[in-house]
Design a protein around this ligand. Sequence first.
Ligand code: AKG
Ligand code: FE2
Length: 356
Amino acid sequence: MFSESSLPTTAERPTPSDAVRAVQLEPSDKVPQLDPSVQYGDFRDALARDGYVVVPGVLDQAKCDEYIDRMHFWLESFGLGYKRSDSDTWKKEMLPVNHRGGLYNNYGVAHEQFMWDLRSEPSLIEKFQRLWGTDELLTGFDGCNISIPSIVKDGDFESKPWPHVDQSPRRKHLHCVQGILNFYPNGPKDGGLMILKNSRNYYTEFFDEVFKKDMPEEGWTFNDTHRFTDEQLEWLESRPGAEWHKVCAGPGDLILWDSRVCHYGAPTQSNNPRIAAYVCYKPASLITPDLLALKVQQFEQMQNSTHDGTLPALARNPVPKRRGFDVDPAWLVRQKPDKPPVLNAQARRFAGIESY
Ligand SMILES: O=C(O)CCC(=O)C(=O)O
Ligand SMILES: [Fe+2]
């Protein structure tokens, strides 16, 4: 029998030091900015203006059906009891451990073949190439969301909002644009992305002035995340123009948002599943040799990372915890893909394992 001590510890996993993370801070930062005074004539106009946009029809229905099938198959392949066709098996204990009702960033899911295939979709890549003005990109090793209806009940911890931004408060400019490639129809009551409209406009004032009092002695974290406290959120929610909005999307649509926008993923309140993948690419020129070496190591170990492909931090919770077990049974089944993924030449460059 496995014991927790025989599993890889967090310490053995490659993670950047603060000194390494600090290399990409202002004013040396070279992330291309969207110019609100420029008329791009495409999705970049809304992204620059509102901080988010839904780009319609990036994939066709046949492609969406294919990814939905492969993602269900992945869940079923753990052998914990979940079957897409039998609602009696739509239970937490029959699924791998997920977050917030269906977010998977564990078990090496970032490197499953379906994730590399979808990251290699030309019509998806083209959007990020246009956004950043370069063909030379790096991708994060992000996961996916497969939210099965009725898993999260009202009042459960997972049903609660978790408003946050995915950017270090030390970085004030546009630093990352996150994406969700949506496969299943996603309406107002279906689980999905909630954003606090216009919250981005208060980012600098928030961290440098109003809530500077909450800054730790050593300064704001270098990690690309800030989780808002109730008091902080109350202030943000009461700003002019701030308003919660559920971002709806059709099959094949791509949601893009500026990482400074306060957001969270809401669990489904309907009888529909939510099936989507987190996607994110950044200009390859932004990575440093140290961080590139770390990224390659993450790839070789089939680890999941945070969104930003040029600041490779590992996804949290390396060893999933399941109530009632010392070791999650799904973790024993799969710590990384059963079969190593096959990447085409472009995907190998996106992963950082082949150079531009
Ligand atoms: O699931 C979602 O819609 C959002 C999850 C999230 O916070 C993220 O991708 O940064
Ligand atoms: Fe987020």
